[in-house]
Ligand binder design. Structure first.
Ligand code: G5P
Ligand code: MG
Length: 223
């Protein structure tokens, strides 16, 4: 569906809930620009930037990056993409970040992926990632065509340093204490849409149908 007006969406959910997987389907179907806070941080680590080196131990321990650092990083990216529709993945992750985002621009919809923690723990230990693009694979769910290699570039896949069982436990704890309050923040603004389940292939058609309806409404308002 063609977009006639700028559309701004957030995808949220616990670590491993499928934000990256669903985001890549949304961007392919609806043409929004995908901005993933985790991918941006990992690109910084890979390029050994000052920020990346400073933040690596925080990420590897499953802790959140300080709000001021994160908000500056993402909001400067958003200001640079002023005129395009986007999908934010992994930001905001605290109420302070959500307020900082609100000060810059308003969000049309927040897609919340509600996946049980038990399902998540199994998924993350069998995830393989292509770091420079953020493409993700899973041995059970969407294996690469050639084991260990990215389908598009043929480059090697890696396991994320924060996908160890111990760090996953810390990430889930950080989600419960710091990110869950963001759901209430958006619920009270009337923009939260929750999709629950254990399989992305069952959740995705519901997200797709929801976004089709939402975009139709947005376009009607513009016409
Ligand atoms: P990230 O990078 O944002 P998380 O922890 O929020 O990391 P993550 O791990 O990237 O989220 P995801 O994107 O929600 O998970 O999920 P995914 O990658 O699509 O799917 C997970 C795996 O399951 C994949 O292997 C996929 O193939 C598979 N899968 C998907 N669907 C199914 C299914 O139906 N069945 C099966 N079997 N498998 C499936 O953040 C990383 C760190 O960066 C910092 C924090 O330290 C954070 O821990 N950070 C921030 N800190 C502060 N503020 C922010 N805003 C921050 N953003 C990042
Ligand atoms: Mg992700």
């Amino acid at each position: 569906m063609a977009l006639h007006r700028i559309f701004r969406a957030v995808v949220t959910g616990p670590p491993g809930s499928g934000k990256g997987t669903v985001s890549s389907r949304i961007t392919k179907t609806f043409g929004l620009k995908h901005i993933s806070s985790g991918d941006i941080l990992r690109a910084n680590i890979n390029a050994r930037t000052e920020l990346g080196l400073l933040m690596k131990s925080c990420i590897d321990q499953g802790q959140l990056i300080p709000d001021d650092v994160m908000s500056r990083l993402i909001l400067s990216d958003l200001r640079a993409t002023d005129q395009s529709s986007w999908l934010l993945d992994g930001f905001p992750r605290t109420v302070t970040q959500a307020e900082a985002l609100d000060d810059t621009c308003s969000v049309d919809t927040v897609i919340n992926l509600n996946v049980p923690f038990q399902t998540i723990k199994q998924r993350l230990t069998s995830r393989w990632t292509h770091l420079s693009s953020g493409r993700v694979y899973n041995i059970d769910f969407n294996p690469p065509k050639v084991p260990g290699l990215d389908d598009v570039t043929g480059e090697p896949l890696v396991q994320r340093d924060d996908d160890t069982p111990e760090t996953v436990t810390h990430r889930l704890k950080a989600y419960e204490t710091q990110t869950e309050p963001v759901l209430e923040y958006y619920r009270s603004k009337g923009v939260l849409q929750t999709f629950s389940g254990t399989e992305t292939n069952k959740i995705w058609p519901l997200v797709e149908a929801f976004l089709h309806r939402k975009l139709q409404l947005v376009n009607q308002k513009v016409a």
